[in-house]
Design a binder for this molecule. Sequence first.
Ligand code: SAH
Length: 254
Amino acid sequence: MTGHLAVIGLGPGDPRLLTPEASDALAAAQALYGYAPYLDRVAARPGQTRHASDNREERSRAAAALRHAAQDAHVAVVSGGDPGVFAMAAAICEEIESGPASWRSIDVTFIPGITAMLAVAARIGAPLGHDFCALSLSDNLKPWDLIERRLDAAASAGFVIALYNPVSRARPWQLGKAIERLRRHLPATTPVVFGHAVGRADERISLTTLDTTDAAQADMATLVIVGSRETRIVPRPGRAPLVYTPRAAAGASA
Ligand code: SAH
C-alpha cells in the first residue's frame, strides 16, 4: 500500500508560526481534511480537494481520512496548534487501532506544531519555566469529577496549569468551577494569564490574579495559564509586566 497520511499541526494562527515541515506537507497533499476554520487558514492549491467537518466529529473525520489514504492517496489532516495536544493525532491512532488491519500499512506521519500554551506563554515571559501540566476542561470525553480531581492534584503538587477548552457554548460553567476549585489550593495572588486568539488578528492577552479572575473573560479561543505558588509578576515601567516561574523550585539548593 502506498497511501500516505500526514497529521499536521498548523500552529496557533500566525502563518509565521507554521513550520517549514508542515508547509511542505500541506503542499504535497492531494486532499485536506479538518475543521473548517483550520482549513480556511491553508492557501488553496489547484487539484487539492478539501473535506471540512464539524469540530466534534474527530473520530469520523479520522476514519474518512484513513479510508481515503487507503486508496493510495496522499492525504493530510490538519489541527490547530499541535495535532498531538487535544487534537486529531490521537483520534487517528485510535482509528488505526480499531479499524481494518490494512490501515496499519498506511504511511502515517505526525508533524508537530506550536501548541497554544507555548504561544501564550511566550507573549508574557516564562510562566511554564518550571514544572507544568496541561488539562482540557472539556467534559465531552471525560466526567467532570475526574477534571476536579486532576485540578486538585495538579495545584497541590505545585504544577503551573495550562487550561485548554476553558468554555464553549455548550459548556459555559466549567472555567468558573475550575477557578473556584483552584482557589482552595493556591494563594489569592497567584498569577492567571488569559491568552485569547494568540497569533490572530483579534489576539488579546490579559493578566489577573486568582482572587480577581473573571471566568466570563474566556471563550473557546482562550488558553488560561494558572501559576503555581512560585510564579512571579515583574512590573516594568511603560511595558507589560513579565510573568515567570523560576527554574529552581522553592527549597532547592543553589
Ligand atoms: N491542538 C490545539 C488545541 C486544541 S483544543 C493546540 O495544540 O493548540 C482547543 C483549545 O486550544 C481552545 O479552546 C483554546 O483553549 C486553545 N487554543 C487553540 N488555539 C489558540 C490560540 N490561537 N490562542 C489561544 N488559545 C488557543
